[in-house]
Design a protein around this ligand. Sequence first.
Ligand code: FES
Length: 133
Amino acid sequence: MGLGYTEKVMEHFKSPHNMGEIKNPDGVGKVGNPVCGDVMKIYIKVRRYKGKEVIGDIKFQTYGCVSAIATTSMMTKLAKGKDLDAALKISRNDVANALGGLPPIKMHCSHLATEALEAAIKDYRKTGKKKAK
Ligand code: FES
């Protein structure tokens, strides 16, 4: 690859977690990366757990690079099961650190993961509030 990806990055790129689509999602977030034109779409299912709204399921689809796929795969792993406020606090650095770091020129790719998650949670809060059981 020549870019210095960590093993963890390559592992998530080769076998991404939570890739795909959720039928009838509670929230959808779609963002584009202005730097490269890549696109990310996140679907979430929200459920109630101990009085909180948590991410019961999360999936993603992307037209993106190695870093975009690996960071989103890791982000979905970190976000699944978290309540929505905690999920919103997942930062790009949290995701990059969990992957053992990203080459500096690929940090912009990790925007897609956290921004799309934020957009999906906002979408849920705007449109799906009453759906979580
Ligand atoms: Fe586009 Fe990485 S080059 S998201």
